[in-house]
Design a protein around this ligand. Sequence first.
Ligand code: GDP
Ligand code: MG
Length: 448
Amino acid sequence: LGGSISRALQQMSNATVIDEKVLNECLNEITRALLQSDVQFKLVRDMQTNIKKIVNLDDLAAGHNKRKIIQQAIFNELCKMLDPGKPSFTPKKGKPSVVMFVGLQGSGKTTTCTKYAYYHQKKGWKPALVCADTFRAGAFDQLKQNATKAKIPFYGSYMESDPVKIAVEGVETFKKENCDLIIVDTSGRHKQEAALFEEMRQVSEATKPDLVIFVMDSSIGQAAFDQAQAFRQSVSVGAVIVTKMDGHAKGGGALSAVAATKSPVIFIGTGEHMDEFEVFDVKPFVSRLLGMGDWSGFMDKIHEVVPMDQQPELLQKLSEGNFTLRIMYEQFQNILKMGPISQVFSMLPGFSAELMPKGREKESQAKIKRYMTMMDSMTNEGNLTCLAELDSSNPKLINESRIMRIARGSGRQIKEVMEMFEEYKRLAKIWSKMKGLKIPKKGEMSAL
Ligand code: GDP
Ligand code: MG
């Protein structure tokens, strides 16, 4: 999606005159991209209408950056779509709350229940899990295993077949034990069936949950709206969790689920493991959906941590988009010093996270130092006919004989030098996305 939208905007900005026709073409392109990304048709159409209302070509004085205005309008519209206008009920630590999870089979309820419990437990809560799924064989075992791993108390039965009875017993048991977050996992069905919704209605009526969370698999696509609405009609859904955001899902379904339930997305699941769970934040999500990276957070971070006198230089280099080996060298120095700029880069998707994965800092530091040793063997000063190797931003210029020289000079293997250039290419790609970046002042809406 991000790709097609930025392409559409790019095409428009290449046009010398922006008239109705160019704008329409751009909007159609964006519409197509949003539909492909599983945003519901009606939402897309509404958004298109809104943007046309906001972006009035006649009112745009010449010299205004129309592309930016349209980009901003799309960004704002998508953010608005994800914000239902009212926050969800938030449980309070120390005060007993019942939270019921609903969703189709396989959407990730049981996994997400445990993640949700674990997340709160780490913050000092006393969560507990109740398995009210008597429909699927093995459901209780799965919950039990998860709960045991996370050391969270659980309740369930192999014998009892009435989900309402178990749910009520479980909730009562844990209320007596002063748990402050009692989580009820429910059963699903492969399809949206009347029996499922009736069961959800009954469990909800009996346990009186403070919050019902609808769990949705991000890959269900266009079905998201109907599915979310069907659940909302039987229980009062108060929040949404979108799972499997680590896969190839396009994320647009989340917008539809919010529209259908009028409830906010509160977390996303990003993997099968207990801690692959993130608080959902609208702006960065939309930035990512539009392929813009987390610019808002990124800019704020620059203003926050980079010393004032270094900001202009860094931003200048960023906006040039030209990532030379010398810049890479400087960034490596920063990362090793854990200087302020390394904090900034840790926010760029793929920059530090992959260079220096959590838990493997030592290994990664050694790798970075190795790369730097190799770069020490590259030419540092250029002449009239030839750039210094370090100032090159085209690794193709570094031919075989140079690679051999660098390997020899640094006492490393050719394979390692090649690996360093691969890393360089990867980082250069990320860096180049910032080309042409307009540098907003602190406090300005900076996601674009
Ligand atoms: P339930 O039927 O709704 O309770 O769904 P489960 O919790 O049993 O999950 C179904 C499958 O999805 C399991 O294999 C989970 O490991 C997997 N799953 C759940 N959440 C995620 C996620 O965020 N990412 C990935 N990759 N897999 C997930
Ligand atoms: Mg389950």
